[in-house]
Design a protein around this ligand. Structure first.
Ligand SMILES: Cc1ncc(COP(=O)(O)O)c(C=O)c1O
Length: 432
């Protein structure tokens, strides 16, 4: 299971404020209403039950995408593992616009988001017993997906710009597994959980080490458009894919944080032989992302909004989260200075607090569980650092040892209202 989901039981506690999740705020969802008009007669011509027939009115006309339009029946039909032509057209255009790789035979394939794309990439590239290079603090669902294929995470040290190139080299040199390391998994922008963002120089340096050591990079970048310190799309940092000359980067793109996560729609960009394999994998697992979601995305992005509307939307989502980030920073500077340390995240949805715990507490085994319990008692939920700790299979720690070796809490600023965030931080201060 994804350990983050295990925290949902606390959400039932009356009055609890959660900064635990990385949930996009519904005000950023671009849909005000979705309606579907059912047929009035069934196949035999009999009238449908009134309740069904009156369900709603339609806002999905049957041919709702002007270029390679999927009709409603196409959207409802079995599709193809690469994704509907129209929505793929958007994915290709977006890749050209922002990430154009420096080799010719790249391609895109639709996924049900980056969780799906990563699980598939890992299954394709890792065998049981393999190691996979990851950031030392890692997205938990990715750690679980690695475990799922009986591979082991091989953690690489990070700093506030993410994975450290020299540590990557050292981790590879120290590896003693039967088969060589072949894959790096990283989140270059708004890293989950640390909020770290790789600078241009860091991206280039990691890519260069990957070339030197002949490693594949899985670039999971759902927060790419949530970069707060540049004025526009034109100022976004280049992706690792855009530096790729060899077809060694597999880039995972998601609409979750910028349209809506419930659409379960994203895409994977890589060299064509790899996208072919992902297509075949789709064909025997998910088949395709939901036809509804693809059709709605195609209608919205190609037909209704076009490029100008898309850019406006991205800018407004970015602005929404930038102001939430800034107000959390103001509150934290006022309330938490001295109690913990953090770096203002330049992207993504998370603050990563390193706790300054008193020595008397730190010497007691199980102290991080106690900190977590006190937070819950004070009515605030943050995610304990241990959930993100990437430990190789060879290291066995008890739950308390694991928790104590991760003196961090992750706070998400995307979801709660400003007054709740403020109250959450006041409660955190009391708990600490
Ligand atoms: C690093 C990272 N990858 C992937 C995901 C999930 O993305 P998707 O909704 O596209 O599966 C998240 C979301 O929390 C994330 O933080």
């Amino acid at each position: 299971p994804s350990p983050l989901k295990s925290l949902t039981k606390y959400l039932k506690l009356p009055g609890l404020i959660s900064l635990g999740a990385g949930l996009p705020h519904p005000e950023t969802f671009p849909f005000a209403r979705l309606s579907v008009e059912t047929k009035e007669h069934d196949v035999t011509g009999r009238p449908m039950p009134a309740a069904t027939a009156q369900a709603t009115t339609s806002s999905l006309p049957s041919d709702f995408v002007s270029d390679a339009p999927p009709t409603l029946n196409t959207a409802l039909q079995y599709g193809v593992g690469r994704g509907l032509a129209s929505v793929r057209k958007f994915f290709v255009e977006e890749t050209r616009r922002l990430h154009l790789p420096r080799y010719a035979n790249w391609d895109v394939v639709a996924t049900c988001g980056n969780t799906d794309g990563f699980a598939k990439a890992v299954s394709l590239f890792c065998d049981p017993g393999d190691g996979l290079l990851v950031e030392e603090w890692c997205y938990p669902a990715a750690l679980e997906a690695i475990k799922q294929v009986a591979a082991s995470p091989c953690p690489v040290r990070m700093d506030d710009q993410g994975m450290v190139p020299e540590s990557l080299r050292q981790a590879v040199a120290a590896w003693t597994g039967a088969r060589p390391l072949r894959v790096i998994y990283l989140v270059p922008t708004g890293q989950n959980p640390t909020g770290a963002c790789m600078s241009l120089e860091r991206r280039q340096a990691i890519y260069d080490v990957a070339r030197e050591l002949d490693l594949i990079i899985i670039e999971d970048d759902p927060y790419y458009h949530l970069q707060y310190d540049g004025p526009s799309d034109a100022a976004l940092l280049p992706s690792l894919l855009s530096m790729d000359t060899d077809g060694r980067v597999i880039r995972l793109e998601s609409l979750s944080k910028i349209l809506a996560p419930g659409m379960r729609l994203g895409w994977l960009v890589a060299a064509k032989p790899i996208t072919d394999l992902v297509q075949y994998y789709n064909e025997i697992t998910t088949q395709q992302p939901s036809g509804w979601s693809q059709a709605i995305a195609a209608h919205l992005l190609l037909d209704s909004w076009g490029q100008a509307g898309w850019q406006r939307h991205l800018a407004s989502v970015r602005e929404n989260y930038r102001s939430k980030r800034d107000s959390l920073q103001t509150i934290c500077e006022r309330e938490l200075t001295g109690l913990c340390e953090w770096t203002l995240p330049s992207s993504g949805m998370f603050f990563w607090f390193r706790l300054n715990l008193p020595a008397s507490l730190k010497s007691q085994p199980g102290h991080m569980q106690r900190v977590f319990d006190r937070c819950i008692k004070h009515g605030v939920l943050l995610v304990p650092g241990s959930q993100f700790l990437a430990l190789p299979d060879s290291v066995a720690l008890s739950p308390d040892e694991k928790a104590d070796s991760a003196p961090y809490l992750r706070a998400g600023f995307s979801y709660e209202t400003a007054d709740k965030v403020e109250e959450a931080i006041l409660r955190l201060r009391k708990a600490l």
